[in-house]
Design a protein around this ligand. Structure first.
Ligand SMILES: C[S@@+](CC[C@H](N)C(=O)[O-])C[C@H]1O[C@@H](n2cnc3c(N)ncnc32)[C@H](O)[C@@H]1O
Length: 295
């Protein structure tokens, strides 16, 4: 169907993740279900896939797209950082593999009501998880100059974070920022300043902060050893350097213990030119795969 998110590195994900076709796997960021569909394509009739997303809207699309496949698939809404509570209804002990495909799904980006795109006018919400309780309007009303500088620099990697923080502070003195258009006008000094790539990175930085993306990834990485069976796999696709740093650090956790994670690939897998040509979003993707010891 037109508009589904186009998944990146699909063959590579399936090869890295599914080491036992009759195993039980988790797609912790199912989005509109592209990776999930490919994983189901190689699972045996006795294999199972649990699908999770924080955002009910793409999750509903995935549910409709995949169906229950004769009981092989189950869907849950919630954060991958809270698996114990989100999956309390599942009787399983631990997964044979978990996939996280971080970042934003392009289906959600195209929904004006989510306030994620600087190109679509809509309410300045950006909160993808209904449990969060703080949207972008509130964040931008309450953030200090130093908060804004930090998030623009760390999560957006923009070149002049303080300049944009000042522009926002000046704009909000006059009136609250309620729509994506208000935010664009606050950041824009003149046409082309900032340019499209800088503008989308400023939006990205605010989305990361609103959705607690780094805290949630940190919490997941702290707990993941409890959720994966010995010998099980963890596959993570990251798109930004703040994510990449965190994912790389996984092997330091539990170092020297029999159940520590070890990288299965010497360096991250990156999409080839063909894939980047087809899908621009793939250009910054990096796939890492880890195996839990003790198997
Ligand atoms: C890049 S998209 C995944 C696309 C998916 N692999 C596909 O093939 O369609 C990332 C998804 O992760 C979800 N997400 C981000 N952080 C999450 C979290 N902490 N818990 C659950 N889902 C999360 C987002 O809502 C988004 O739908």
């Amino acid at each position: 169907m037109a508009g589904w998110h186009e998944p990146v590195l699909v063959r590579e994900v399936v090869e890295a993740l599914v080491h036992r076709p009759d195993g039980v796997y988790l797609d912790g960021t199912v989005g509109t279900g592209g990776h999930a569909e490919a994983i189901l394509g190689v699972l045996a009739p006795t294999g199972r896939l649990v699908c999770l997303d924080q955002d009910p809207d793409p999750l509903a699309v995935a549910r409709e797209r995949l169906g229950d496949q004769g009981g092989r698939v189950r869907f849950y809404r919630g954060s991958f950082s809270e698996l114990d509570s989100v999956l309390a209804g599942e009787s399983l002990v631990a997964f044979d593999g978990i996939l996280l495909d971080l970042g934003l799904n392009s289906w959600s980006l195209a929904q004006p009501g989510k306030g994620l795109s600087y190109q679509l006018d809509g309410p300045l919400t950006m909160d993808l998880d209904p449990d969060l309780g703080r949207d972008a309007t509130r964040l931008l009303a309450e953030a200090s100059e130093e908060d804004l500088v930090r998030l623009f620099a760390e999560y957006g990697e923009v070149r002049r974070p303080r300049l944009y923080a000042h522009r926002l502070l000046r704009a909000r003195e006059h009136r609250p920022l309620r729509t994506t258009g208000d935010l664009v006008r606050a950041l824009l000094a003149r046409p082309g300043d900032p340019g499209p790539s800088e503008m989308s990175r400023l939006f990205q930085a605010i989305r990361v902060e609103v959705n607690h993306e780094t805290d949630r990834l940190d919490h997941f990485l702290e707990r993941v050893t409890d959720w994966i069976a010995p010998g099980g796999r963890l596959v993570i696709i990251s798109y930004a350097s703040h994510e990449e740093r965190r994912v790389k650090g996984l092997t330091r956790r539990g170092e020297g213990t029999p159940e520590a994670f070890r990288p299965l690939l010497r360096s991250p897998v990156r999409p080839g030119d063909d894939e980047v040509h087809r899908n621009r979003r793939a250009r910054s993707a990096r796939l890492r795969c880890f195996e839990k010891g003790g198997g």
